[in-house]
Design a protein around this ligand. Structure first.
Ligand code: FES
Length: 572
């Protein structure tokens, strides 16, 4: 490729003082001179970290990607970005998603890179890096790190992320001992990779594949399968070609691609977190997408994939059944099949004529697992800007339910009182949890699926309506209304709910209503005062001051859009 056409020429191509500086220091790693003379420079953006267990294998994967880049005539340079370990970071990785996206964006723009490979895995590492890359808009390919092998416990398959939501119930109802739980703890995470349910990480992998940002079939391959390594190497080869073709993110991430992703997400029973991340990505790349689109495009799509938490299998089974290409092929009547993908071919061509090896894992469109299973968007006086619920993971009998609120003012209040024997609560109550939104927590953690009171679990109650301005883990299930917007901490109506108020949830009619008169709410609003701010300095202060509400993707308001890849000033 003609050197002057490469972005990296601005660093390495000149024979002046700055060309000397840019090349000379890099030579200390032993690169031959031809690496600086017209090879596309490929940045391998690595979210590897020992503090992100799901991405612990990506250090090795980077070497495999490099192999492919070099084979295709490119010059690979790996760089780290902020990694977000879902099960480790407090108070929530979501608080830091936008920080990681800023890190990714600035790391790409500031460096001599022509194309980008995003190595991702755990929940937030995919959306954060894609968001950052969108704001620069270079040719970019995603290599999802892949799920763990199926968890195993006493002869049964168990899903990581799903069992932990049941521990309280297992102990209370099935008398699980500490030893039982320890055995499960070990057996559920037995290989490299991310959660192997259709939780958020698997959802994000399916999201990038259905957007056209991965090579076909990449999402479902287990992390430890040799074919994952082949996928990484082929992605390394392909990104070099993408640079030559100038196949930038904005050429792939069209409105059609987003519509495809919404429909495929419904068909796979993807996480509710999909909405907030896809919205944030769309706003970075300049595609119009709002909350109503998710309902209009996705809610009538049938569920085809029989994976936990909506079904019974796990990602390893999904891969053996044929993976996402089978779903995309089944869904072709619903999709924009001519949407272009990273390999330069359309999503329709990539996924035509793929066999389904197990119709119990991936059901045909003609006999789906569930009809109309996509995420529903609710409106009403309790959520003027919207709220969401995942019907496929909820209890059908609770889809239309009116009950008295039992209000918890914040997560500490919930923990202090939920198992109080005197708490006035039964299975008809509606649990309301405040102050777990973007500003209130801060960082909108996955606490929306709070455990039920022990006394009700012991009675055999399995599910109750729960409402909050927080999120829910993609591995969780229940009749859980999430992402209430505007949130309680900034004075949304949720802040005004009192215990005993009646709340009406009507999913078929997309309604969430606090049955309190406007006059009474106006009186309560006059007396309302915001909770104390959770930080007065640093990134968290910046986050609180600038985070958008959930229905806008919870990005920082000043990060919408992009600044392109140009850097006009040199370092001297
Ligand atoms: Fe990383 Fe579930 S904790 S994907």
């Amino acid at each position: 490729m003609e050197h002057k056409k490469l972005r990296s020429y601005e660093w390495f191509g000149k024979d002046d003082k700055m060309g000397f500086v840019h090349r000379s220091w890099l030579r200390n790693q032993g690169y031959p001179d031809d690496y600086f003379r017209g090879r596309p420079v490929i940045g391998i953006c690595n979210t590897w970290s020992e503090l992100t267990p799901c991405n612990g294998h990506l250090r090795d994967f980077a070497e495999i990607v490099k192999r492919g880049v070099i084979e295709a005539g490119g010059f690979p340079l790996e760089f780290p970005v902020t990694s977000l370990g879902e099960t480790i970071m407090k108070p929530s990785t979501m608080l830091f998603r936008n920080l990681a996206a800023m890190d990714t964006e600035e790391s790409i723009r500031a460096n001599p890179l022509d194309g980008i490979v995003l190595l991702t895995g755990c929940d937030k590492t995919t959306p954060s890096t894609v968001m950052g890359a969108c704001s620069v808009d270079l040719p970019t390919i995603v290599v999802p790190g892949g799920p763990m092998l199926n968890g195993r416990f006493r002869g049964e398959c168990v899903g990581s992320g799903s069992f932990n939501w049941l521990i309280k119930e297992k102990r209370a109802v099935e008398q699980y001992t500490d030893e039982d739980v320890l055995e499960m703890e070990i057996g559920v995470a037995r290989s490299a990779g991310h959660c192997m349910t259709m939780g958020t990480a698997s959802t994000m992998a399916c999201m990038v594949e259905s957007l056209g940002l991965t090579l076909p079939g990449a999402a479902a391959i287990p992390a430890v399968d040799s074919r994952k390594k082949v996928m990484a190497q082929l992605s390394g080869r392909r990104i070099v070609e993408m640079v030559k073709e100038d196949l930038k993110l904005s050429k792939i991430l069209t409105r059609q691609a987003f519509e495809n992703a919404i429909k495929v997400n419904a068909a796979v029973g993807g996480s509710t977190n999909f909405i907030i991340h896809l919205t944030a990505i769309a706003r970075r790349i300049g595609v119009e997408l709002d909350l109503a689109d998710f309902d209009q495009l996705g809610s009538q799509i049938p569920l085809l994939v029989n994976l936990k938490p909506s079904g019974k299998y796990l990602m390893e089974d999904f891969y053996y059944a044929g993976g996402l290409p089978v779903v995309i092929n089944e869904m072709k009547a619903h999709l924009h099949n001519d949407a272009i993908t990273v390999n330069g071919k359309s999503i329709g061509d990539n996924n035509a004529s793929v066999p389904n090896y197990n119709e119990d894992v991936i059901t045909p469109l003609s006999s789906p697992l569930k009809e109309a299973a996509g995420i529903a968007v609710l409106k009403g006086n309790l959520c003027e800007d919207g709220a969401i619920i995942k019907p496929s993971a909820a209890t059908p009998e609770l889809m239309q339910h009116t009950g008295p609120a039992v209000v918890f003012e914040n997560i500490e209040d919930y923990h202090a009182r939920i198992d109080d024997e005197d708490l006035d609560i039964d299975e008809n109550s509606v649990i309301v949890l405040k102050c777990v939104g973007p500003v209130g927590y801060p960082g909108m953690p996955e606490v929306g699926n709070v455990d039920l009171p022990e006394k009700l679990l012991k009675k055999g109650v399995k599910d109750m309506v729960r409402i909050s301005d927080g999120r829910m883990s993609g591995t969780a299930a229940g009749t859980v209304v999430l992402h209430v917007s505007p949130e309680s901490a900034i004075g949304g109506t949720l802040a005004l709910v009192k215990s005993g108020d009646l709340i009406e949830l009507d999913v078929p009619n997309r309604k969430l209503q606090l049955l309190v008169s406007d006059e009474e709410l106006a009186e309560r609003r006059k007396l309302w005062t915001p909770p104390p701010a959770q930080a007065d300095r640093g990134y968290v202060k910046m986050y609180i001051d600038h985070v958008d509400q959930a229905h806008l993707g919870a990005d920082l308001d000043f990060l919408k859009g992009g600044s392109g890849s140009k850097v006009s000033r040199d370092l001297h």
